[in-house]
Design a protein around this ligand. Sequence first.
Ligand code: LLP
Length: 443
Amino acid sequence: STGVARAADGSVTVGGVGVRTLASQHGTPAYVLDEADLRARARGYRRAFETAFAEIGAGIDVYYAGKAFLSVAVARWVHEEGLRVDTATGGELAVALRAGIPGAHLGLHGNNKSDAEIARALDAGVGRIIVDSLVEVDRVADAVAARGGAPAPVMVRVTTGVHAGGHEYISTAHEDQKFGLSIASPDGDSPAMQGLLKVLARPELRLLGIHSHIGSQILDPSGFEVAARAVLTLRARLAERTGVQVEEVDLGGGYGIAYLPGEVALDPDRIAKDIAGSVEASNAELGTALPRFSIEPGRAIVGPAGLTLYTVGTVKPVRLDDGRTRTYVSVDGGMSDNLRPALYGARYHAEVVGRRASMQTVLARVVGKHCESGDIVVHEVQLPADIRAGDLLAVAATGAYGRSMASNYNHVPRPPVVGVAKGTSRVLVRRETEDDLLALDLG
Ligand code: LLP
């Protein structure tokens, strides 16, 4: 995964920088992001999909989903690797614009965009606004009408009924949830078809395409193929009806990664081939010209490139009902810097780094410093029996949805994001201070 190397004396480096050095220079907790690893993943996804889709004669763009983690540096890195950037709010859009990404390479998502967010996207000349409801079609069209100028390029987000992903809260294409317009039509036109027709009816909008995102942390790739077929079918129906063959189809993000030792991530080369093969077959059956495609991976680009460094504060053995002992290891962060275990029951792996530790292990649970018992960082892990206060602990694969979902629970300042590359480290996002937090409190 990351450029993590462990020497015989137990010392560990990331991106060529020792973890002890990182901890003493930047403090803990800290998120560490391996630039070379992140860039390689961005490149890997782009190459895999470009190659597989070129073989079927279709073009494809890869958008990095900034919700997984976005900072100015990361936006620049993915831009330099030839990716575009997908944003979900005005805030994410602001970061991408500050990084100097051309508006044409940006997309704006969101199921409830504010007028200010829509205006900002239009000002920036974003390459696409993905509309999520019939109400929003009019809202975007009215905004364009009010300001004048060229029609805004719009994609309609549809839901295909495919269940996929790691957890109910992150699976998005089944019927009973808030995103998109359903392609199901028990009577009359489906909401998705209504959305497409509505966009075509507004001269202020240019119907660029159809968008489908089926979920996140997907490890069974068949859902992508089923969803792609459904979207291409909808595209063919629209063409029969109106003569308009939309230019682009976005298949969303959701490519699963490995969080634990022994887990296997989706392989971009394989999945790109599978998806390209299946869209080619569906398209041949439908007799339509191939559209251009796009995808929006977030987690798969940044997740494995990041780890979190913590310092152990207390170690407490607790006797379990079944007679076993669980060693509770408290670290200096917790659910404020990684909400995923508490929110989704997500599993992580931790290791003691920076010293040679005992080969003997104990059953441990790594917990944070927050005032609730669900404040768990790593549910279950074997840690060295001699684990003690002051030890450095690294938790792997925290690059995605860690810092981006961090909070100030218990008035804890959020940790910095430290980039490592070629043996040096640099603060990409600085640590919050108590003064930052107090400055918001007007008394
Ligand atoms: N495109 C759209 C429209 C999305 O909604 C998402 C994720 C992505 C792309 C990127 O998905 P990815 O490739 O990163 O799986 N906080 C949750 C994940 C929420 C994902 C929301 N949408 C977690 O920590 O697992």
